[in-house]
Design a protein around this ligand. Structure first.
Ligand SMILES: Cc1cc2nc3c(=O)[nH]c(=O)nc-3n(C[C@H](O)[C@H](O)[C@H](O)COP(=O)(O)O)c2cc1C
Length: 399
């Protein structure tokens, strides 16, 4: 999997730096070219010569060294890399990367690269659990970095807890998994909808719901990582679409969303409807702001088009995935929706559970299939849920 890949391995000032020697050896054994970049602090823990011998490459550490060839080194390195791995990664480098600081060769190259990024933090348990470090990890995850969780156990500082550098063999397996994921949806066109819709009462007020769009955006991000072509149609949310997205449209109302979905439906092989589309809209939209003078105001609602049901009727051999956010008798409601709308699978989240549903970064889901099967999953990040869903879609595409 890693044969012929060009891996930049960043080593930082952690006591675990010596374990990166073994990591270098294992990556070379798998057939990868390894270019080690060390921070100044890392050089105090392990001599660059060790990495030079193991990687069969001179180690890079100084950004302002006299160039031996014409290329701007940090840019050429950043462009060449298939993977940018930082292992071990100190709390200090996590903070710099999360803030876009580029004050040495490692951080500058990291900022310039479009390679897959893998970060393996290693540090004292209190440093790791510090909310600032956790925030930095979350920021980097949201920018698409793969963060491998440190292990729990005895730490070099004498404490017991989370922060241990994992076994280098496990790190290699983690990188291989990402390398494998990278291509497995190549050539597949995935249309994703996300976020709520707004159904206007007057120019200022609207009826909407609590959907943050996070699940749909994570799906788009995960599908892009796996090589799919992705179209994202989003209701109004405060999220930035992932870079490299092929098609992106912002809409507000259910009717606008339907129009865009219908336009893109013939293009797609897979449609994932993660948007929370309002079932109803006000029958009349006042042209002017409704004044407070009335004692009572009645808003008459009419049904919005059922986008998912209409797609189900014309789906052919496309894969159609729905979401159900339910509060009562969730499973039977989701099953009814699955069959009525002719879906291949439905992802159910019981929004009454803590950590599931709207606004949060995690989800607890069950996946229901047409043949009656149900898969249940524990509390996971929305990105992990996204990959689970894509794994199942991949299996359905093969059938
Ligand atoms: C003996 C020793 C061990 C250290 N181990 C770690 C560590 O495992 N993780 C960490 O984040 N910082 C560790 N530090 C602190 C970093 O070396 C320090 O924050 C340094 O500025 C990091 O530089 P860098 O991030 O540019 O490599 C250690 C310091 C010492 C003296």
């Amino acid at each position: 999997m890693l044969k012929g890949k060009f891996i930049v391995l960043g080593v930082t000032g952690s006591i675990a730096a010596y374990k990166a020697c073994e990591l270098t050896r294992l990556l070379k054994k798998r057939g990868a070219s390894v270019q080690v970049v060390m921070t100044e602090s890392a050089c105090k823990f392990v001599a660059p010569l060790t990495f030079q011998i193991l990687s069969e490459n001179p180690v890079i550490k100084d950004m302002f060294k006299e160039p031996s060839h014409w290329e701007v080194e940090h840019v050429s390195l950043a462009d060449k890399a298939d993977f940018f791995v930082i292992a071990p990664c100190t709390a200090n480098i996590l903070a710099k990367l999360a803030s876009g600081i580029a004050d040495d060769m490692l951080t500058t190259t990291f900022l310039a690269t479009k390679a897959k990024k893998v970060i393996v933090p290693a540090m004292n348990v209190n440093m790791y659990e510090n909310p600032v470090t956790q925030r930095n990890i979350e920021i980097l995850k949201n920018y698409g970095c793969h963060i491998m969780e440190p292990e729990e156990g005895f730490l070099a500082c004498g404490k017991i807890g989370k922060g241990r550098f994992p076994d280098p063999e496990e790190i290699v397996e983690y990188i291989e998994k990402i390398a494998q994921m990278q291509e497995d949806l190549k050539g597949t066109k995935i249309l994703i909808t996300a976020g709520p819709t707004r159904e206007y009462i007057d120019p200022i007020r609207f009826i909407s719901n609590r959907s943050s769009g996070k699940m749909g955006y994570k799906l788009a991000e995960a599908a892009l990582e796996r090589g799919a072509e992705v179209a994202l149609i989003s209701g109004p949310v405060s999220l930035e679409p992932p870079p490299d997205l092929q098609i992106f449209h912002r809409v507000e109302t259910a009717v606008e969303m339907k129009k865009k979905v219908d336009e893109l439906f013939p293009w797609a092989d897979v449609v994932i409807k993660a948007a929370a589309v309002s079932d109803y809209r006000p029958k009349y939209r006042s042209e002017h702001k409704i004044k407070k003078s009335e004692e009572e105001v009645f808003i008459e609602l009419v049904k919005n088009p059922d986008i998912l049901k209409e797609l189900g009727e014309k789906k052919g051999d496309k894969i159609l995935v729905g979401f159900a956010a339910e509060t009562d008798i969730p499973e039977s409601n989701a099953r009814e929706k699955l069959l009525k709308k002719n879906l291949d699978m439905i992802v159910l989240n019981d929004v009454t559970k803590q950590g599931a549903g709207f606004e949060v970064d995690t989800n607890i889901v069950k996946i229901l299939y047409r043949d009656g099967r149900i898969e249940e999953f524990p509390l996971l990040s929305k990105k992990e849920v996204a990959h689970l869903i894509l794994d199942r879609i991949k299996a359905l595409l093969k059938c």
